[in-house]
Design a binder for this molecule. Sequence first.
Ligand code: ADP
Ligand code: MG
Ligand code: MG
Length: 249
Amino acid sequence: MLEIKDLHVSVDGKKILKGLNLKVETGKVHAIMGPNGSGKSTLSYVLAGRDGYEVTGGSIVYNGEDLLKMKTEERAAKGIFLAMQYPVEIPGVTTMMFLKSALNAQKRARGEPELDAMGMLKLVRAKAKDLQVSEEMLKRALNVGFSGGEKKRLEILQMSLFEPKMAILDETDSGLDIDALKLVAEGVNTLRAPDRSMLVITHYQRLLDFIVPDRVHVLAGGQIVKEGGKELALELEEKGYADVVKVPA
Ligand code: ADP
Ligand code: MG
Ligand code: MG
């Protein structure tokens, strides 16, 4: 699904990723863990195609295509979805309006037929119900005054509506409480599918108590320095990053 080779990335002239290698398999959940400031969020932004991240070396192949040649919208159209760590608040737009226009924009970009108002309403309502997003929340202004848990639920709802091929969740600094963590985990677990890969980025091991990853990769100093199965996450929890990995200078 995704193969990153010797990736080098700078932001504002500062080198952040320094030769990162990573392979993500179709249908699997991969976790990326790593100390603060190791470049985890940078990696997620580079994959989504956010402006300001300069790739100075290496390659990213996504489903056989050169990801780095694709514009942000094209990546989204081809199934890459980055859940927003800090969701935007839009006072004049209801959550339902936002989901409708975002989903139809996605469908246009994919060359799929758009849904009419009735079809859209039905779809959003059905998925919202599954994820315990209330009708009342859909009528409120987007993210305005939403609790942390409500924002997370909306994020998962958006993800399930978009049906991504490659979902990236960056939870590093969001300070989720245990209920929000469980929600994210439930969402991720529900969305596991043979044709969908997920990259779950987290600083904390406890998220991985609820999402059992197929592979764990440790990012430190801009490189993947260790890889393993789910037991690696437990080892990190027990011993800390410093004891488990040698952080490159
Ligand atoms: P993580 O998500 O693992 O905590 P980040 O990817 O957010 O790490 O950041 C990696 C490093 O890059 C940090 O040292 C951070 O301070 C630095 N960094 C991130 N964004 C910028 C920026 N816009 N300008 C300069 N340095 C940045
Ligand atoms: Mg950070
Ligand atoms: Mg981060």
